[in-house]
Design a binder for this molecule. Sequence first.
Ligand code: PGA
Length: 256
Amino acid sequence: MAEVVIVRDADEAGEIAADLIEKLVRGTPDAVLGLATGSTPLTTWTALGKRGLDFSRVRGFALDEYVGLEQGHPQSYRSVIDREVVGPLRLTAELVRVPGDSGPIETAGDDYEAAIAAAGGIDLQVLGIGRTGHIGFNEPSSSFGSLTRVKTLTKQTRADNARFFDSIDDVPTHCITQGLGTILRARHLVLLAFGEAKAQIIAGALEGPLTASLPASVVQLHPRVTVIVDEPAASDLAFADYYRYAWEHRLPWEKV
Ligand code: PGA
């Protein structure tokens, strides 16, 4: 069962996620972090950036990238990761990979999997969740065994992301994303969600049936998951009282 932490707001969630990452990097200065874009992880990156940690040896693997944007496009996830993560954390840019950043797109997925394996696997993967239930860009119907590959974005995801572009027509139709199988191989998953618009999908992912129709439900298969949600995103959880009770009664060794 995932550990579900229900917090006041995104800032408190960011501090808790930052605590987990700080502990990892203090113990393992060349830890491998799985990096997420989107609005949700921003408070985590901001909190971490203020902690004065040395991230220069940390290696990073982004979850996903659009296919078809020109290099250097401000909304490419390479640019977003550089701006929102590499900069504030003072990561070494050469140690941070984004899917599709090497060679032809047809083989980029296999290359990315090989690079993750060569790095020794991902220690901690930060995840947001889309309203379709995607993690990374694994849209409904994604196989639980899938590895990094090119996918077609749903109309819903393109509409949700249109706010970052001049018009919905400018949002790419395709992406390259770590698969659900890739995500399952990370040693610790930290899934964040905020706001009422995520309540139903979070409840489905954590407490509903395991189904490729709700790709984030795959986290139920993972032995170590920390879910950090604000009160509105937690509002449909059937076991919310139990999660609060368990968090309040953590044993001393369970605390970061
Ligand atoms: P968001 O996106 O953090 O901007 O809500 C999450 C996602 O689509 O994975």
